[in-house]
Design a protein around this ligand. Structure first.
Ligand SMILES: Cc1cc2nc3c(=O)[nH]c(=O)nc-3n(C[C@H](O)[C@H](O)[C@H](O)COP(=O)(O)OP(=O)(O)OC[C@H]3O[C@@H](n4cnc5c(N)ncnc54)[C@H](O)[C@@H]3O)c2cc1C
Length: 470
């Protein structure tokens, strides 16, 4: 085995956790290498997650607007038709450009890139294997595990990559399925369901629990379900898919709800019930790196150190929401801790977004969580139908809802379902970082006409002084 040069830090995985950590490490003067087993950098997020899904969400939304809504705005387009190969090619180009930017970013920061599958053979030694070539061993002071997650496969619903697929398959269907079944009503299923529904598929979402998107504030979740139903998505709640078989190009699925059983036929079945940490083959067991036996998540301390000295972990490998910005924040904090700085992540202010239309965005506690904690609290909300900008755009669905402490007025959570919620939540994250009160937001001057005025009105209505609420 060839012995390679010595590094301060070897990062395994080049997703938003790994590549951001690498750049920060380089800024802090650490000699850094990144190992990536895929041919392209950027991880799940850039290649088969956040970016391709949002590219398709944007394209399909434009298609839907052109086909169904332009007339309302006085625009005549004639017959609108779908060019799916062009839409998919555009998505692929967005991905290719962004992954190439990550390469340039790493190279520009003098970070060594190794393509191959990594295994930690000892603390301070990372073996990298590529095809049948002789493995390379990287010697390093510290190792950062950033290998992310993989989709959970359900027994009886095994992925075949064509008819029964994970989210990766559903980003590249070469035709619009007539009927798409989706197992799991989480945000990935709802986003991809929205894409194919807008492009003409009948979409049925099958969810074992009594509601979709279970982590959302209850009022927001119910509103989202109602709006998506109106858009044409069908929901089968309290229902389990027991098995699915591909027969003559169709997926025959057996659905169980209580003691009722029914069979449904789909052209494609997307199974997205969750993801699990990807630690297979890293050699962690032999090294004694502790993981949670149930979830497979790696146990770390507040500096992201695992149970083995010199080995750190971040991102989807750890407990908490599986989100790109969480992985990046942890990557930055872990490297800062390694370099003797005070790196930290505020887990109370991690925003979460669902990119359906309307969008959903949230930060902090839901009303149900606040109630459970038995905190005294106040709620203010304001509908987008009352915001001038939303009327101009013809996007009046949804509302902004702000929850603050009943005694101190400190903001505990904000939940927005409406146009551009994803961008609007940033103001609320900042407000919570600064320990702001609802009164702070209500007295902050917001531009007119903007969607963010609905947020200001929601904050005002906490103290019953909304100007426009009826
Ligand atoms: C369809 C979909 C949509 C999503 N949309 C969003 C969104 O809108 N917003 C959001 O915040 N999050 C979204 N996510 C989640 C987000 O993609 C993940 O939370 C994020 O990518 C996790 O980052 P990470 O750095 O921990 O790992 P990853 O991005 O998973 O990167 C891990 C990398 O490690 C590599 N690797 C694994 N094992 C090895 C090994 N042994 N050797 C070398 N390399 C290895 C992998 O190839 C991969 O490139 C989405 C996910 C999916 C599936």
């Amino acid at each position: 085995m060839a012995q390679q040069e010595q590094f301060d830090l070897v990062i395994i995985g080049s997703g938003p956790g790994g590549y951001v950590a690498a750049v920060r490490a380089s800024q802090l003067g650490l000699k850094t290498a990144v190992v990536e087993k895929a041919s392209r950098l950027g991880g799940v997020c850039l290649n088969v997650g956040c970016i391709p899904s949002k590219a398709l969400l944007d394209s399909s939304e434009y298609y839907h607007l052109a086909k169904e809504r332009f007339a309302e705005y006085g625009i005549k387009t004639g017959k609108v038709s779908l060019d799916l190969p062009a839409m998919l090619a555009r998505k692929d180009k967005v991905v290719a450009d962004l992954t190439e930017n990550v390469r340039k970013l790493l190279e520009g920061n003098n970070i060594a890139i190794f393509h191959g599958t990594a295994k930690v053979t000892a603390p301070g030694a990372v073996e990298v294997k590529k095809n049948r070539k002789k493995p390379v061993v990287l010697a390093t002071k510290n190792i950062l595990l950033a290998t992310g997650s993989e989709p959970i496969e359900v027994p009886g619903l095994e992925f075949d990559g064509k008819h029964i697929v994970s989210s990766t398959g559903a980003l590249s269907f070469n035709t619009v399925p007539k009927h798409l079944g989706i197992v799991g009503g989480g945000y990935i299923g709802l986003e991809l369901g929205s894409v194919w529904n807008r492009l003409g598929a009948k979409v049925t979402v099958i969810e074992m629990l009594p509601k979709i998107a279970t982590t959302l504030d209850g009022q927001v979740g119910r509103t989202l379900e109602r709006i998506l139903k109106r858009q044409g998505l069908e929901f089968k709640l309290n229902t389990k898919v027991a098995e699915a078989k591909v027969i003559r190009n169709k997926v025959k699925a057996v659905l169980e709800s209580g003691d009722q059983t029914e069979t449904m036929s789909f052209d494609r079945l997307l199974v997205c019930i969750g993801r699990r940490p990807l630690t297979k083959g890293l050699g962690l067991e032999a090294l004694g790196v502790e993981t949670d036996p149930r979830s497979g998540q790696i146990r770390v301390d507040e500096t992201y150190r695992t149970s083995v000295a010199g080995i750190y972990a971040i991102g989807d490998l750890l407990p908490g929401p599986m989100l790109a910005h969480k992985a990046s924040a942890e990557g930055t904090a872990a490297v800062e801790c390694m370099a003797g700085r005070a790196g930290e992540v505020n887990y109370d202010t991690i925003p979460a977004v669902v990119y359906t239309w309307p969008e959903v965005a949230a930060v902090g506690l839901t009303e149900e969580q606040v109630r459970e904690k038995e905190n005294p609290y106040c709620v203010g909300s304001f509908p987008f139908s009352g915001a001038g900008r939303a009327r101009c755009m013809g996007e009046t669905d949804g509302f902004a809802k702000l929850i603050s402490h009943g005694k101190t007025d400190r903001i505990l959570g904000v939940h927005i379902i409406g146009p551009r919620a994803a961008d609007m939540i940033a103001e609320c994250v900042l407000a919570m970082e600064f320990g702001a009160s609802s009164e702070d937001i209500s007295r902050t001057i917001h531009g007119h006409p903007t969607f963010a005025e609905a947020l200001q009105e929601a904050a005002m209505s906490v103290r019953k002084c909304s100007i426009y609420a009826s």
